[in-house]
Design a protein around this ligand. Structure first.
Ligand code: FE
Ligand code: CA
Length: 505
């Protein structure tokens, strides 16, 4: 039995499948070439859809001069109904990147786009505008893609699963190798430190056919974690790079390259090198996506020592509880609280980087891991109060970073299981990397009754299917991470019901 919506979804599926067939046939090495260099080798991308537009992105490879690029946006994949065309600048000072902010389009529908330069066309990208009155959102949540440690097969599954949006919560690149040797392929370059180094790392990532296809097929909403600069940095304090001036120079280069390669609004890049990633996206009255940045404005890790920088297991550390130990910085924290206080959507999604819930550790009752929200407990308490605002009907915290899947009840007081659940936390595993630390995570379900599901054995991502009454969660595992042709399958599914925080079967 088909109702109208099913028929429409069937038509959309057919269109997406046809589009993917076309994208797959337009291989980069088959593209026409101007002067020996294909100018769109980094592909095309879109991001941050609003009800009347989105950001379109590309990057011209080749010579380091300011150049122009033409663009076309069409209502159909065949470009018979062009709705917008124009020219944009690809400045040399931004590595030839183009960040095009488009407005004035119709809500809730797909659009197709392509770029032109020197007589050569880019491949075709597909994107969409957010609906004004939404009854469904399919959101793919992903993080942690290590080039050397696995293939990016999860992206094929997101496309096949007809995600509306991809929410990438950080570790989009890794700056270095970890542990014993590469598992599937090599960076082939030393750790990036300069702007050109980081640009080359992003260009390498975009040469991955699954990542490139995902950017062409789906709009991304991105925020970073630590590895976009270096492991476990905190605000203006490096972890691997101890010298302050050297770290600030490295961070500035890394931030600039991140902006250059991501489909972000031009206004994201601020004076003084700030990249303002905290922002809000609306999906009609169904969902608001509050995107956070828990790296750029952090205070240094509490109880770090002269010899141990970055995340540590710390014990009985008063600084982790201090009210001025901040994960968000004052401005972002006030912005989040104000946004939640005036929330109008059914589902409030807070997309951030790392584990939000308390993680009691086997080292003892006073032990905590300093790189996650446990290291900044006062910020978490204040954020919990903001999530409990009367205007918030359903709060869901989304995260990544810990290379394992978690579903947690977020309680007002984690030490008191009788206190109310104010939010549901969904943490995605790594898209392509190794499991989290078993010694820390293994005992977690026993020591933390609010941990309702933990899987530290698979890479993958999370597909969310959000409707007014039900919020369906599908933990998607990559079946064989070392096989570039691997498929994904469901590891577990759970549901959150309207006005019922926590998880049901
Ligand atoms: Fe990671
Ligand atoms: Ca991380």
């Amino acid at each position: 039995m088909f109702d109208r919506r099913q028929l429409l979804r069937g038509a959309a599926a057919l269109a997406a499948a046809r589009f993917l067939g076309a994208a797959a046939s337009a291989r980069i090495d088959e593209q026409p070439v101007a002067g020996g260099v294909y100018p769109f080798a980094s592909g095309v991308a879109s991001g941050d859809p609003s009800a009347d537009g989105f950001v379109l992105w590309t990057r011209l490879t080749g010579e380091a001069t300011d150049r122009g690029v033409g663009y076309e946006i069409a209502a159909d994949e065949g470009f018979r109904r062009i709705v917008r065309r124009g020219r944009a600048l690809a400045p040399a000072g931004r590595g030839g990147s183009v960040h095009l902010e488009i407005g004035g389009l119709a809500p809730g529908r797909p659009y197709f786009y392509r770029f032109h330069h020197a007589g050569v066309a880019s491949s075709v990208g597909r994107t969409l505008t957010a609906p004004l009155s939404a009854d469904r959102l399919r959101l793919a949540l992903t993080s942690c893609q290590h080039w050397e440690q696995g293939w990016f097969s999860g992206y094929r599954d997101m496309i096949a699963g007809q995600a509306d949006l991809v929410m990438q919560v950080g570790d989009y690149i890794y700056e270095k190798s970890f542990g014993a040797g590469p598992d599937v392929r090599r960076f082939g370059a030393p750790e990036p430190r300069t702007l050109d180094d980081y640009r080359a790392r992003y260009a390498l990532y975009r040469s991955d056919p699954d990542l490139a296809a995902a950017h062409a097929a789906l709009p991304f909403v991105v925020t970073w974690d630590d590895h976009e600069v270096e492991n476990d940095y905190a605000g203006d304090a490096g972890a691997a790079t101890v010298d302050r001036q050297a770290f600030l120079a490295r961070r500035a280069a890394a931030y600039q390259a991140y902006f250059e390669f991501m489909p972000l609004r031009p206004s994201t890049l601020r004076a003084g090198g700030e990249v303002r990633l905290y922002r809000r996206l609306r999906w009609g009255a169904l969902a608001t996506l509050h995107v956070l940045d828990t790296r750029q404005y952090r205070t240094p890790h509490p109880c770090a020592t002269a010899t141990a920088h970055g995340g540590q297991v710390i014990e009985d550390c008063a600084a982790a509880l201090a009210s001025d130990a901040t994960m968000l910085g004052g401005a972002q924290e006030r912005w989040l609280a104000a946004g939640l206080a005036s929330e109008r959507a059914r589902w409030s999604l807070v997309a951030q980087q790392t584990l939000f819930a308390r993680l009691a550790l086997p080292q003892g009752p006073g032990a905590r891991y300093s790189d996650i929200w446990d290291g900044y407990a006062a910020t978490r308490d204040r954020t919990l109060a903001a999530l409990a605002a009367p205007a918030v009907r359903n709060a869901v915290v989304l995260g990544g970073d810990v290379h394992s899947f978690w579903l947690n009840d977020v309680r007002r007081d984690f030490a008191k299981p009788e206190t109310p659940v104010v939010a549901s936390e969904i943490v995605t595993s790594c898209l392509a990397s190794r499991p989290g630390p078993a010694a820390l995570f293994g005992p977690a379900p026993r020591l933390n009754p609010h941990v309702r599901l933990l899987d530290n054995g698979h890479a993958g991502y999370v597909m969310l299917d959000i409707t007014p009454a039900r919020f369906a969660i599908d933990l998607r595992k990559v079946d064989r991470l070392a096989d570039p042709r691997s498929v994904c399958s469901s590891l577990a599914t759970r549901t959150i019901l309207d006005r019922r925080p926590g998880f049901t079967a």
